[in-house]
Design a binder for this molecule. Structure first.
Ligand SMILES: [Cu+2]
Length: 276
């Protein structure tokens, strides 16, 4: 009887010990909230022709006009990751110095990809990515000194007018024509200062994209979200556009540039996610 009682106590003790040590291991995993990194890849192309080579790739629009790009740049800001429970991780939201980037096709590598490398990303399983095309009106209200670094970068990269006029959100330049690409165009779209104060159109757009595979950010895994941008949307998107002498040198937020912005804001999709 004594032996039995002793063995039963011993067994209970072992059981309790192993259960609690098991739970401790799980807690360690769940509580290891060390942030990770995330890479966002932008690949600019025409979905029927593949990647865009500046000054080379010629596309024919749905209205039958030929065009090619010599400059293709846009600003991405306010990157937000949405996890499996709908929780949002905001990457330096409305802080252009840390959270705004210029995607410039002339920076693309041999495979046509422009890379954004994000650090200090909360560990999580992310299902969607959201980002702004341009700089939000709220961020612009921080003033020039509140974004001195990014403002300087934008000036250097030709993605800004005067401070009063603001940033160029999307910069498309190249040549177009009926049968050959021989006429120059420049379409520079962006807000005219603070659109609310100036009563001008707000061209800032936020775009939400589903991830086909969950991006699992941890200290050990740096996922890479590979986005394809189909520049066919520029002239052949929701509103088919034809370049002519009235709009081929458009700068600001005219009706043509509102249409351009609306069209290109629908050009993005996540093609795939790498978890490695
Ligand atoms: Cu990829």
């Amino acid at each position: 009887m004594k032996i039995y009682k002793f063995l039963s106590l011993l067994f209970t003790a072992i059981l309790l010990f192993s259960v609690s040590s098991c739970r401790n291991n799980d807690d360690d995993d769940l509580q290891d909230t060390t942030p990770g990194k995330l890479q966002v890849k932008f690949e600019n192309g025409f979905n029927n022709l593949g990647q865009i080579v500046l000054g080379q790739t010629i596309q024919t629009s749905s209205n039958g006009q030929k065009h090619q790009f010599s400059t293709l740049k846009y600003i991405i800001s306010n990157i937000t990751l949405i996890d499996e429970n709908g929780g949002e991780f905001k990457y330096h939201y409305n802080d252009p110095d840390k959270g705004a980037f210029i995607v410039d096709q002339s920076d693309a590598d041999a495979s046509g990809v422009v890379y954004l490398n994000l650090t200090e990303i909360a560990k999580g399983n992310y299902k969607k990515i959201k980002f702004g095309l341009g700089i939000s009106p709220q961020a612009y209200l921080l003033g020039q000194s509140g974004q001195g670094e990014f403002w300087q970068t934008a000036k250097t990269e030709g993605m800004a007018w005067s401070w009063a006029a603001g940033y160029i959100f999307t910069k498309l330049e190249g040549k177009y024509g009926a049968s050959a690409t021989n006429t120059k165009f420049m379409n520079h779209a962006g807000n005219m200062g603070d659109p609310n104060a100036n009563g001008t159109p707000n061209l800032y757009r936020e775009i939400t994209l589903d991830l086909p595979t969950t991006a699992r950010v941890s200290k050990d895994v740096t996922p890479s979200v590979h986005i394809l941008a189909d520049l066919n949307q520029y002239l052949s998107g929701q509103t088919p556009l034809t370049l002519d002498t009235a709009n081929n040198m458009a700068m600001g937020s005219s009706v043509h540039l509102v249409n351009v912005t609306e069209n290109v804001s629908k050009m993005f999709k996540v093609d795939h996610v790498h978890n490695d």
